[in-house]
Design a protein around this ligand. Structure first.
Ligand code: CA
Length: 177
């Protein structure tokens, strides 16, 4: 009788522990001048699913690097990095966009939905393929975007036919680095 009564309790405990582990694994982890975020896989309709994002903002190196590990590279899916550099404005001031083996650029934007206008030409973007994933990366000199202090970053893979995978959440920034 006691084991019968105990097992639902144990199951509940196990469930709670699993939930706690899941919450911990998806929370952003600050690492000095960088932050990493493990995103769920399979939660998006975007064909290019984000697994992990690392933002590296080493002030002494005067550059901002954002890399995202994706399940696969899909041509025509846009890799987008939104930057909040002015805390007075809630939304992004800059959008960096890149397509695999194709063009990339920087746009000055006035919010999440702004098409933007051509920003400065600086930095670089790349896609690096490995056996089980692809790493999309952009690296920008901070001076070029007038980043003087910490910055907040949001990342998305915009699949025009299927949907968007957002990190950390739709139109939401990671904590500042
Ligand atoms: Ca994802």
């Amino acid at each position: 009788m006691s084991s019968r009564m105990g097992s639902p309790g144990l199951r509940l405990l196990g469930c709670m522990l699993l939930t706690a582990a899941a919450v911990v694994s998806w929370a952003p982890v600050a690492l000095g001048d960088s932050i990493s975020y493990d995103d769920r896989v399979g939660e998006t309709t975007s064909r290019s699913d984000i697994k992990r994002v690392v933002v590296d903002h080493r002030h002494q190196k005067e550059r901002l690097s954002v890399r995202a590990r994706l399940t696969k590279v899909v041509y025509g899916v846009e890799f987008a990095v939104y930057l909040d550099t002015r805390r007075k404005n809630k939304g992004p001031e800059w959008k960096i966009w890149a397509y695999a083996d194709s063009e990339w650029g920087i746009l000055k934007v006035r919010g999440w939905n702004d098409q933007g206008r051509q920003g400065p030409v600086c930095g670089r973007a790349s896609y690096t393929k490995s056996t089980d994933s692809v790493v999309a990366r952009v690296t920008i000199p901070t001076k070029c975007l007038r980043i003087r202090s910490s910055v907040r970053v949001a990342v998305a893979t915009i699949d025009p036919r299927n949907g968007t995978d957002w990190v950390p959440h739709r139109k939401t920034f990671l904590p500042p680095v």
